[in-house]
Design a protein around this ligand. Structure first.
Ligand code: FES
Length: 283
């Protein structure tokens, strides 16, 4: 399986179709507010993995009921619930997919293809059940479950091996030792300007507003873009840093994500000022 997954990651032949589909998704899913809603920016976590729980749960339950006598009606209802709820989950997944790196998009394409086959099989299963062909409906349902099972395996690879839509920067915290660390002299810190510094070996950005100074991890939680090279922009009255790679936007006061594709907030470090020197520590 590992060799197969590596092959998919390197399958550059998928890129032509993938690039076109990415463009289409970005053109169709507008405005940015809709994209952020589907990314789960409002939730602080990716929305797609949460949304797939409903179809997967309904379909697995239907498969179990299909093994029991007298449960045709319940199994049909669950097949319908799973099939209908899979559609918005797929849209949220496509939206996330369009913001991934190339190797992730290749695996994501096969993940989506496998789930699309599963969804089509479940649609056919539902049609068969509604026209009283329950034996065929059961067979199509089990085939559909196999296809979405393969899709789920690829989704797991995307998240856990390739780090798609997970917070890739938070592990930097493990590289910072306990205790307060000197970061900068306050007299050397200009107002409202992004600076980069190191805390232990971890890059952080500094932003001073009056006597308040934000110290935030520099690596973007989306795909490690350098926030220190981003621009500061005001969003809803709050100063925010915009990632130069894909535009994820984080409040400089607190790190909250206000625009995707990152649904994850950026980590800020607690600070204090001692004898005119700015210090930071682990949260
Ligand atoms: S790396 Fe993608 S938005 Fe920052």
């Amino acid at each position: 399986m590992r060799a197969l997954l590596t092959k998919i990651e390197r399958a550059s032949g998928l890129d032509r179709f993938g690039d076109r589909l990415q463009q289409t998704v970005q053109n169709v899913l507008r405005p940015q507010r809709v994209r952020d809603l589907l990314h789960g920016v409002w939730l602080g976590h990716p929305l797609h993995p949460a949304m797939v729980q409903l179809p997967v749960g309904a379909w697995i339950s239907a498969a179990v009921l299909d093994l029991m006598p007298g449960q045709r009606k319940a199994a049909t209802t669950l097949t319908a619930v799973g099939t209908l709820s899979a559609l918005p989950a797929a849209v949220a997944g496509l939206n996330d997919w369009a913001g991934l790196a190339r190797d992730q998009r290749r695996v994501g394409l096969v993940h989506a293809a496998s789930n699309s086959v599963g969804l089509a099989l479940y649609g056919a299963s539902l049609a068969a059940r509604l026209s009283d062909r329950h034996r065929l409906g059961r067979t199509l349902g089990w085939l559909g479950l196999s296809a979405v099972g393969a899709g789920a395996y690829l989704g797991g690879h995307l998240a856990y091996k390739q780090g798609a839509q997970v917070n890739v920067s938070v592990s930097d915290l493990h590289l910072i030792s306990d205790g307060w660390h000197p970061v900068a002299e306050m007299t050397n810190l200009p107002q409202r300007q992004l600076l980069t510094r190191k805390v232990d070996d971890v890059s952080v950005i500094l932003y001073r507003h009056g006597d308040d100074v934000t110290v935030m991890l520099e690596r973007c939680p989306h795909q490690s873009g350098p926030l220190g090279e981003g621009e500061v922009r005001e969003v809803d009255g709050h100063a925010c840093v915009v990632c130069p790679w894909h535009g994820s936007t984080f409040r400089l006061n607190g790190g909250e994500a206000v625009r995707g594709p990152s649904p994850n907030d950026q980590q800020v470090l607690p600070t204090r000022i001692v004898d005119g020197r700015l210090e930071a520590r682990l949260p």
